[in-house]
Design a protein around this ligand. Structure first.
Ligand code: C2E
Ligand code: CA
Ligand code: CA
Ligand code: CA
Length: 283
């Protein structure tokens, strides 16, 4: 029994060592990724439920690792946040999004569309992002109305003052601010009237279960009503089926996003996609 215990200890020890090594390797690789332009953006359409047209895109970062291939942001964003590398990654993301918006201006079909960029709390706390945004808007001659920023509730909890300052800076630049993953954090409702959000995105976990019960449906509907009464735009994330789409269409949701319409698209597919986009809501 004693021996077994020792073996088990060795086993865990080895596992931890392996994890630590993997983790250090990811940090080094991520550093290279930033320096060697292995990061790029893909774009998922946001569909207006009244006009039934694409009104903008959410930019989502991707990492093409030279050996491992595609790495999900779910894996590398947390590492980037812990190491602070997210600050540089975030700057690259803002620049790529502004470059894309300047391309949009050249294409009549895309000229009115916006791009949403995700920002994590570590980026807000670094306090440099507003000037990075300002610089890139100027450099690429982008209309600030076309760049939206998505933040999550976690920053409001971590550093309320920093968050409020950041949001005010953005608003002063005419940039719209979206509250992302709405409903997944704490006391969400109390922030809605304190922060000048232009839109909220209901987290896709609510949409996922909307057909499971009348209660689940009532929650999605009530949040839609709440947003509508507060005069805040509301986006339904993670629409995967026609049933889900039809439900949110009847519940005051302005915009929808999800695999039902499209997975995130490579940059060169964006224009063709917008050109041929058509959906049958068929209620
Ligand atoms: P998020 O901001 O909530 O982004 C939406 C995620 O849901 C994306 O995953 C998207 O591909 C996925 N999604 C969209 N529609 C559907 C659907 O119908 N069904 C399902 N199952 N999933 C759907 P992705 O691209 O893997 O990004 C994951 C997260 O990584 C993002 O969640 C965001 O928190 C973070 N992230 C991505 N890009 C950036 C970035 O440029 N900066 C920062 N700070 N975070 C980013
Ligand atoms: Ca987002
Ligand atoms: Ca989200
Ligand atoms: Ca998120």
């Amino acid at each position: 029994a004693k021996n077994q215990g020792k073996n088990r200890y060795c086993f865990f020890d080895a596992t931890i060592k392996m994890l630590v090594t993997q983790r250090m390797k990811m940090e080094r690789d991520l550093r290279d990724a930033v320096d060697n332009h292995q990061l790029y953006l893909v774009y998922q359409p946001l569909v207006n439920l009244d006009s039934r047209k694409i009104e903008g895109f959410e930019a989502l970062v991707r990492w093409h690792h030279p050996v491992n291939g595609l790495v999900s942001p779910v894996e590398f964003i947390p590492v980037a946040e812990e190491t602070g590398l997210i600050v540089e990654i975030g700057e690259a993301v803002v620049e790529m999004a502004c470059q894309m918006l300047s391309r949009f201006k050249q294409a009549p079909l895309l000229a009115d569309l916006y791009i949403n960029v995700n920002v994590s709390s570590v980026q807000v706390l670094a306090r440099t992002l507003d000037s990075v945004i300002r610089k890139n808007l100027q450099r690429y001659l982008v209309d600030p109305e076309k760049l939206n920023i998505e933040i999550t509730e976690s920053i409001l909890i971590e550093d309320y003052k920093a968050a409020l300052n950041f949001v005010r800076e953005l608003k002063a630049m005419n940039i719209k601010v979206y509250l992302d993953d709405f409903g997944t954090g704490y006391s969400s409702l109390s922030y809605l009237h304190k922060f000048p959000f232009d839109a909220i995105k209901l987290d896709r976990s609510f949409i996922q279960v909307i057909n499971d019960s009348r209660q689940n449906e009532a929650i999605v509907e009530s949040i839609g009503l709440l947003a509508s009464n507060l005069n805040i735009h509301i986006v339904a994330e993670g629409i995967e089926t026609r049933e889900q789409l039809i439900k949110v269409q009847h519940m005051h949701y302005h915009v929808a996003q999800g695999f039902y319409f499209a997975k995130p698209l490579a940059e060169h597919k964006v224009e063709v996609f917008v050109k041929s986009f058509d959906y049958d809501a068929g209620e």
